[in-house]
Every structure is written in structure tokens, then in C-alpha cells.
Design a protein around this ligand. Structure first.
Ligand code: BDR
Ligand code: CA
Length: 300
């Protein structure tokens, strides 16, 4: 996973770490929702919360986008990036490698891995530029970000792609199969207030997530609940049948007023039917809520 926690990133890591079907090899941090020192600390807090300090290495990544000026989203996630729960000060340290080095080593050690970026794609772009040989060891990228139906930063751009559009362009042109988990589905699968309330007294994890999500200021889906954007990547990995997808060619706008816009060639008209991504266009929101609450009920 490559992530910028971020409250929904924290929930995504929680789901991934606690899913026996998945084997989380490495978590790298990138600047995004808050600065990279904070996102790295936040990854370490979640890993420590679940007692996985020895099993899951954490590496610090890029401090800023490739070209664009860095802007955080602390207004949504709070000053630390994970406000709403006190994780204390006793948690581990990042390993002595950059995110790019750590990703290279972890990927080359396996025949095949799935890459799950839930922040901007700066680390991924740097990795592909420096070590293109990793591409043949990545079966697919399941990436939260973008949208073919409007943005949440501007009317055209979603936050992760807006934060580093040049990195997004490199990732989408990399030739590695990509599943796009964007606002097209994440704004449909709101975690309802009813589901959130069930977490409150469920167990330690439920209490932690209830605290974080109650402080999560993303009401872009309306008053009935909050979008759990990044969690949908893990939901997709475990339950692809809950999604409707459409293959298309994705281009990224890297300048001008629509900077960060993801343009999907939905009719195959502009790219002669060639595709570079499988875009999630619909989701079973009721199943998402049931799955989320059930998963947490099985945790510590
Ligand atoms: C994305 O932006 C971030 O604030 C969230 O963590 C998510 O990755 C949603 O647009
Ligand atoms: Ca994120």
C-alpha cells in the first residue's frame, strides 16, 4: 500500500491488515492529506495499533508532488491527519530506506504483487522512472483517485490526482493494468450514520474508527453518511463482484483550469478503442456498509 493517512486511509489500512486473504508486505507514505512526516507517523500508529510492527515495514516517501505546489487537506482530516483518537506516542519507526527503494526491493522479491495507492501517485511515478523493471512484477494497481464524473477539489479534479497530476499521468501511461476506484463509486458507497454508530461500542477497533470517522470532515456525499474513499480499494480486492467496471483509456489533464481532471474515453472514440484502465462505475453500497461493519466486528 502507498498511502497519505488521512482518516479514510487509516480505515483502508485497518481493513487490509485484518483481512486474512491479503498479505500486506509494505506500506509507504506520501505527502497528501498532511505532510509526509505526519502521514508516515500515521501509518506507524495504525501498524502499531494492530501489533504488526515487526511484520509490516513502513517507509517514508516523497515530501512534495513532482512539479506542482503541495497543498494539504488538513481541513478534512484534522491537523495530524488522523484526529479523533489518541494513539499515544509509543509506535515504531520507518525503515532506513526511501519509499522508492523499499517498493523496489519488496516488489522484486515477489513474482507478482498488487499495488494499492490511496494517496497521490508521486512515489509510484518516481518508482517507475527509476526502476521500470518492477512493472513486470505488478499484476495490477488498484488505485483510489480520479473520477470520470466530476471532482471534489475543482469541478473537474479529484484530490489525489489534483495533488500530483504529473505523477498520475506517468502511472496511467505505465502500461501496468490499473483498476480506477474513483469518486464515481466512492461517493455512492457512503458509510451511513447508522453503520458508524454501530462501531462505537463494538470493540477497540470500532472505538478507534468511530473516533476518527466522527472527526472526518468529508460531507461531500451529503448528510446521510461519509465517503470512505480509500477503503473501496480493499473492498474491491476482496469483493470485485460488488463493482461494475468499464474498460477505457484514461488521460490526465496536467495544466490549465482543469488541471487534475481525469478524462475517460468512454466511447473509445479518441483512442481507437484502446484501454489503459478498468474504471469502477457502480458499487453495491448496501453490501459495502454490511461488509465494513462485519469486518470490524471480527477485529480486536
Ligand atoms: C481522496 O482524497 C483524500 O483526502 C482521501 O484520503 C482520498 O484518498 C479522496 O478524494
Ligand atoms: Ca488518501
Amino acid at each position: 500500500m502507498d498511502t497519505d493517512p488521512g482518516i479514510d486511509d487509516a480505515a483502508a489500512m485497518t481493513m487490509a491488515i485484518n483481512s486474512p486473504e491479503l498479505d500486506v508486505k509494505l506500506i509507504t507514505a506520501v505527502a497528501g492529506n498532511v505532510t509526509v512526516d505526519k502521514t508516515t507517523a500515521n501509518v506507524l500508529k495504525i501498524v502499531h495499533f494492530f501489533g504488526k510492527d515487526k511484520e509490516i515495514p513502513v517507509a517514508e516517501g516523497a515530501k512534495a508532488p513532482l512539479i506542482k505546489h503541495f497543498e494539504d487537506a488538513a481541513r478534512i482530516h484534522g491537523e495530524s491527519g488522523m484526529e479523533g483518537y489518541d494513539f499515544g506516542t509509543d509506535y515504531g519507526k520507518p525503515i532506513n530506506k526511501t519509499a522508492v527503494e523499499a517498493l523496489h526491493d519488496a516488489i522484486m522479491a515477489e513474482d507478482s504483487v498488487v499495488l494499492v495507492p490511496t494517496g497521490s501517485y508521486t512515489n509510484i511515478a518516481l518508482l517507475f522512472k527509476e526502476y521500470p523493471e518492477v512493472k513486470s512484477h505488478i499484476s495490477k494497481i488498484v488505485a483510489m483517485g480520479g473520477s470520470i464524473s466530476g471532482g471534489n477539489m475543482t469541478s473537474a479534479a479529484e484530490f489525489n490526482v489534483f495533488t500530483d497530476p504529473h505523477a498520475a499521468e506517468i502511472m496511467y501511461k505505465s502500461g501496468v493494468p490499473i483498476v480506477t476506484v474513483g469518486l464515481d463509486v466512492t461517493l455512492k458507497a457512503l458509510l451511513t450514520n447508522d453503520s458508524l454508530n454501530k462501531l462505537k461500542d463494538m470493540n477497540e477497533t470500532g472505538k478507534m474508527l468511530y473516533g476518527l470517522i466522527s472527526h472526518y470532515n468529508d460531507m461531500s456525499g451529503g448528510a446521510n453518511g461519509r465517503p470512505m474513499h480509500d477503503v473501496n480499494t480493499i473492498f474491491y480486492l476482496l469483493h470485485p463482484e460488488a463493482f461494475t467496471t468499464k474498460k477505457m483509456w484514461i488521460d490526465i489533464q496536467t495544466d490549465g483550469p482543469a488541471i487534475g481532471c481525469m478524462v475517460g474515453d468512454i466511447r473509445g472514440a479518441y483512442h481507437d478503442g484502446k484501454t489503459n484502465a478498468e474504471v469502477c462505475v457502480d458499487i453495491d453500497a448496501d453490501f459495502f456498509n454490511k461488509w465494513f461493519v462485519d469486518q470490524v466486528s471480527k477485529m480486536k
